[in-house]
Design a protein around this ligand. Structure first.
Ligand code: SF4
Ligand code: SF4
Length: 87
């Protein structure tokens, strides 16, 4: 059920990103992983990571909570509703 809801939304990145990393820190998926003693940013299933100065979303792990889009200082991330892609 939750999975179906998740599929109807997506975080869209723009080219405004300045790579500040705030989204990386507030993401609850990332935060949970970072609490792990054996956390390794290179191999962890992060929902969002900073690559070459730009935030990159991993749709596989992102739960579409929207926290990153709300906090981004340059409004680079947008949580969008997808048209019923599966209908
Ligand atoms: S929308 Fe996705 S990437 Fe953004 S904070 Fe939530 S889980 Fe993390
Ligand atoms: S998406 Fe926004 S909060 Fe995330 S690194 Fe880019 S500028 Fe910073």
């Amino acid at each position: 059920m939750a999975k179906a809801d998740k599929k109807n939304k997506q975080i869209v990145q723009s080219d405004k990103c300045i790579g500040c990393g705030i989204c990386y820190s507030v993401c609850p998926v990332n935060a949970k992983l970072m609490k792990s003693d054996d956390f390794d940013p290179d191999t962890a299933d992060l929902a969002i990571r900073i690559v070459d100065g730009m935030a990159i979303i991993n749709d596989e792990f992102c739960i579409r909570c929207g926290a990153c889009s709300k906090i981004c200082p340059v409004e680079s991330l947008t949580l969008v509703e997808l048209e019923s892609a599966t209908a």
